[in-house]
Each structure stands twice: as structure tokens, then as C-alpha cells.
Design a binder for this molecule. Structure first.
Ligand SMILES: [Zn+2]
Length: 525
């Protein structure tokens, strides 16, 4: 448990940067990462002298966890072999911020694994026992991490002479314009922004995208092309009108929330203009990047309205369906498979749109949830497995009690038989006139009394014995169950049904599970 794991990663871009001389001191090379981490361990009294395992991925991107070294590391963490994971910086571990967050906020704390990112000055121990500071610290770290990422991207594009002072992230979205004061930033364009706000207001009133387009056209509201490229508008009548697609483009754009998403496409080769689309869940997002045009609450409302409009959901099965509840309002969560605009599988609070309770867990990725539940379950099984091993002593105690009671019962029966024989002899003596009637009565009563006591004792033992046998059987069954499922790789319907009663998810992505395990020999409700 106390073993340290150091994780090293070099991406192809890092290697390229070293080769091109951008990373002059080769600070990201595998060997310098190794030197840094070993120096850190040596300099830390608590860590010094502990066994160190090295996990390394040379030439792998941090956006996916599918890296051989990472997979080996996570396997050892899951097997409870690692007490502490140390990396040079958070981006070595993962560049996917949801993934990183899950490991930092949920998986590692659950597994009791300490996590240290040396250059980010992050040590999970500093945040132990408190939930609020970790979030703030985490946000700051993420922001740093992704600004670093951006600066690298911007620099490379400048180096490649492709940017030419253009807005680096492409065309400025409708409602904004490039700032004349600060390069590469955007400011609100009031004329366009008014139209964007109007579109969202219409959507909030429950209008569909086709209806909205009709209203805009009726009111003669200009399109983006009409405003930005009036010279093009004469060519085709269609181009001048709003349609459901152009309305949806506005409603779907999270840029209006003040979010900046990038990494939407990968370049085919350095300097090429076109790109390969990256799935939405892999986009990098910076919140509060620019002035928003709509509040998150309104945006969410619009999303829910629009989702409600096309709710012909297919019966895709998810094992957690029916077990999941919103920690904010207590209502069950609805499963949404990938469909249409829904780019990732998720659970949504059924009542949030109606009740508007701010504490609601509006949305939770089902992949993330399944992984978290599986980790929590394996952890629980491990703890219970250890308890079951400790239960060996309980089992042997129960066994000895059972045999003691069985022995005592046999003794009682034997003694009763003996007394019965004595009574027979006594009666015979009385019948033959050897003893007096008074003496016979006295002795016979004494025997009767003893038999009655023994019968009472026998009955009491019988009850105790039954109870012990039942408990013993239950302990044995529990152990069998725990041993049978000691480490699970997949969360199947069967496993969920056996072990999980209810799951509550909270706004801060906290997950609480009510187990189906028997507590203290009693069946939980
Ligand atoms: Zn709710």
C-alpha cells in the first residue's frame, strides 16, 4: 500500500519541441521528468526510502487514458498496490479535464491514494477532508493548465506563419467582434448581440427553431451574412433568410455562455487549414473567457425545452436506470442515450426543468458514473473482503458456540434418561414395599423437578442453537458473495441488482451509494 508510483509521459509534440529547440533544457524529456521526481522524493521526509515503481508512456498524447503505462498504473491502483502517485505536472497525467477531475476528486480519494503534481504544487493531502478548497484549487490549476495549452497552440501556429494576425480560433461568432484594443480577444458587437439575445428569448418562450426562423424573417431581422457581407446578399434569395439550421447554430453555441471551446478539430498535418472533427466531449473548454450573452440558467432551460421537443428515445439499457436519484430534489434521474445532439450518454434530473431547485444535479455523464460506481463497489468489496477474513474469527466463535450447545443438549438428554431410570427404580422399590410412601413422594418430586429444569434448559439451548446456526449460515453466505465478486471489471445489471440499492448524485458530482449488503446480520431495508 505504501508503494510510490511515478508516472512519466512524453508526447510527440513535446519530442518535436525538444528537437526544434523550443524546449531547450529538455524539461519535458522522460529522463528530466525522472530526475525531477526522484529529487522530489529524496527531498520529502515522508516519501524518502519508499519503494518506487515507474510507469512511462513515451510518445502518447494526454487526451486519452488509453496509454499502456497509464493502464498498468491504474490497474495497480485498482489492485490497491499503490499508496501515492507522483507526476511532474497535472498535464502529464491527463489533458482531459473531466477525466483528471474524476481521478483527483473521486477515484484517488476513494482508493485512499495520495496524488502529487510537483510543478503544479498540488498534493491531495493538503485538501484531505475538505471539499470546497479542492474545487477552487482545482479550477485554478485547470485554468493554468489550459492556458498553457493555448499558449503552446498559439505559438506553434505563429511559428508556422499560418495565423497572420487572424483571430486564432477562426471566424468570430455572431454577436461578437475582434477587439480593436487587445489582440486575439473578442468583445460584444451590440447590433448582432441584440439578435442573439432575441433568438434565445424566443426559444425560452418555447418556440422551436423553425418557428423562430419564421418570426425573425417576418420581422425583417438581418442574417449574419447580411450584416457582415452585404456584398454577397444579392446573389440568392435563400441566403438572406433565417432558417432552422442557422437558428440552431446560434442556440447550440456555448460561446454565448462566455465559454471558449477549442480543440474541436485536429489538423491533418502541420499548417493545413482543414481538419478532422473531434467529438464534443473531447473539446477543451475555458469558462469565463469573454462576456456572455446568456445566463447558464437560461441556456439550460433552452436546452431542456428543445430536448423535450424530440423525446422519441430508444430503449437503450443502462444498468443504473431506476437506481439513480438526484441529490438535490430526490427525484429519479432519466437516462439519455447518444442521440441527435446528445453527444454523450448521460443522466439528467427529471424534475430540474420544472422545479428549478438550484441544488439539482442537472446532468451526469453515465460513463463517468459507471466508472465511479464500479470503483466504489470494488473498494467496498475489498473492505468487506477484509472484514470477511476478520470474520473467520467470528465464524470459529460461532462454530464453537454451536458445538458447545450441541454437547450441552446431548448431556441434558442423557441426564434426563438417567433420571427417568432412577424414577423407575424408585417406583419399583416403593411397589415392593422397600421404601415408605412419604419418602417415595419426596424423592419422586425431586426427580420430577430436576427433569423439568433440564427440559427448560434444553429448550433454551435449542433456541440459541437455532439462532447461532442461522447467523453462521449468513456469515458464510456473505463471505461467499464477497469472494465471488471480489474484483469486478464491468458493471453489469446483475452486479447492480445484487449490491446496489440506491445511488444519489449531487451537483458537485459527489456520488453516494446505499448498498444492498446485510448490516450486522440484518437485511437492510
Ligand atoms: Zn433534481
Amino acid at each position: 500500500m505504501d508503494k510510490l508510483a511515478i508516472y512519466l509521459r512524453l508526447s510527440l509534440e513535446d519530442a518535436q519541441a525538444i528537437a526544434d529547440g523550443f524546449d531547450k533544457d529538455e524539461s519535458n524529456s522522460i529522463s528530466s521528468q525522472r530526475v525531477l521526481l526522484h529529487a522530489y522524493i529524496r527531498g520529502n521526509e515522508e516519501l524518502r526510502g519508499k519503494e518506487v515503481s515507474e510507469f512511462c508512456d513515451d510518445g502518447y498524447s494526454g487526451t486519452s487514458m488509453e496509454r499502456p503505462g497509464m493502464q498498468r498504473l491504474l490497474k495497480e491502483v485498482k489492485d490497491n498496490k499503490i499508496g501515492c502517485v507522483i507526476v511532474k505536472d497535472l498535464s502529464r497525467f491527463s489533458r482531459d479535464y473531466i477525466e483528471l477531475g474524476t481521478y483527483m476528486n473521486q477515484i484517488f480519494p476513494f482508493m485512499g491514494v495520495r496524488f502529487i503534481a510537483v510543478n503544479d504544487r498540488y498534493d491531495s493531502r493538503d485538501h484531505a477532508g475538505s471539499t470546497t478548497p479542492i474545487d477552487t484549487a482545482f479550477q485554478t490549476l485547470l485554468y493554468d493548465l489550459y492556458s498553457k495549452d493555448i499558449s503552446v497552440k498559439v505559438r506553434t501556429s505563429v511559428e508556422n506563419k499560418c495565423a497572420n494576425g487572424e483571430y486564432v480560433f477562426g471566424q468570430v461568432p455572431f454577436g461578437y467582434e475582434k477587439s480593436s484594443e487587445i489582440k486575439n480577444t473578442v468583445v460584444v458587437n451590440e447590433k448582432e448581440a441584440e439578435i442573439v439575445r432575441y433568438i434565445f428569448a424566443l426559444a425560452l418562450d418555447g418556440n422551436g427553431s423553425t418557428q423562430i426562423a419564421r418570426i425573425l424573417n417576418e420581422k425583417g431581422i438581418p442574417t449574419k451574412t447580411q450584416i457582415r457581407h452585404p456584398e454577397r446578399t444579392g446573389k440568392s434569395g435563400r441566403m438572406q433568410a433565417w432558417d432552422n439550421v442557422s437558428v440552431r447554430t446560434v442556440l447550440n453555441n456555448r460561446f454565448y455562455l462566455g465559454e471558449m471551446a477549442y480543440g474541436k478539430s485536429k489538423r491533418k498535418f502541420v499548417g493545413s487549414k482543414g481538419g478532422i472533427a473531434v467529438p464534443m466531449e473531447d473539446w477543451k473548454v475555458i469558462p469565463d473567457h469573454h462576456e456572455p450573452l446568456i445566463s447558464p440558467e437560461d441556456y439550460e432551460k433552452v436546452c431542456l425545452f428543445r430536448k423535450g421537443a424530440n423525446t422519441a428515445r430508444k430503449g437503450e439499457k443502462n444498468p443504473l436506470v431506476g437506481k439513480l436519484f438526484c441529490g438535490g430534489c430526490g427525484y429519479s434521474m432519466t437516462y439519455k442515450p447518444i442521440r441527435g445532439k446528445n453527444k454523450y450518454r448521460r443522466f439528467e434530473c427529471r424534475k430540474h426543468a420544472v422545479l428549478q431547485i438550484p441544488e439539482c444535479c442537472t446532468c451526469f455523464s453515465s460513463d463517468l458514473l459507471e466508472e465511479t460506481v464500479l470503483t466504489m463497489l470494488n473498494r467496498e468489496l475489498m473492505v468487506r473482503g477484509n472484514a470477511a477474513k476478520e470474520n473467520q474469527s467470528l465464524v470459529s466463535f460461532q462454530k464453537s458456540c454451536i458445538s458447545r450447545l450441541e454437547k450441552r443438549t446431548t448431556e441434558c438428554r442423557g441426564r434426563k434418561k438417567q433420571l427417568q431410570a432412577e424414577a423407575d427404580v424408585l417406583y419399583e422399590s416403593y411397589a415392593l414395599g422397600i421404601i415408605q410412601a412419604v419418602s417415595y413422594r419426596q424423592q419422586a418430586d425431586r426427580i420430577k423437578e430436576q427433569v423439568a429444569l433440564l427440559s427448560a434448559e434444553e429448550e433454551k439451548h435449542g433456541k440459541e442453537l437455532e439462532q447461532f446456526r442461522e447467523e453462521y449460515h449468513r456469515t458464510e453466505e456473505d463471505m461467499k458473495q464477497v469472494i465471488q465478486y471480489s474484483h469486478l471489471e464491468v458493471l453489469t445489471q446483475e452486479v447492480v441488482d445484487i449490491f446496489i440499492k440506491e445511488i444519489y448524485v449531487y451537483k458537485d458530482k459527489r456520488v453516494e451509494i446505499q448498498w444492498n449488503f446485510r448490516e450486522n446480520g440484518k437485511e437492510t431495508e
